[in-house]
Design a protein. Sequence first.
Length: 177
Amino acid sequence: MTNIAYIAASLDGYIADKNGGVDWLNAIPNPDQSDHGFAAFVQRVDALLMGANTFRTVQGFGVWPYNRPVFVASNSITEVPEGYKDRIALVRGDIREIIAEIQASGYETLYIDGGTLIQSCLGEGLLDELIITRIPIILGGGIPLFAELDEAVSLAHKQTEVLGIGLVQSCYTVLNG
């Protein structure tokens, strides 16, 4: 199985503002309405695994952006919300067990989304690739992309691309975890 984290962060390393919001993601002009490669990325994966906070954020978008199976890792959401029964499956427990169960279901490439989930996967050595899109905005605080780890995680740079008006997307292979 290949596990890929794909996430946007402010220039100062935050994935959400001080109120937990992500409206700042739309603050950068996008006259061409580009998805900056997101649809192409999603075509690479078989399924998504996101945390509860990310799921709640996506619910607020008003449009379901995924055409792949979505697993939501949550201890706080006890049943699938109305309107999402055909869109998500709830999973809970140890992250290693969750990923093993998803893999046993036949999925080979998994998109990992959500700060806490990404941090857990990094800490457990479960990420193979990390794609970070830096948005040219400084939030000055909020929810950080990375938290303290027990040990350093080594990465190998694969590529960096400038997207649109100043977004910088970098892709890394995770060497250890």
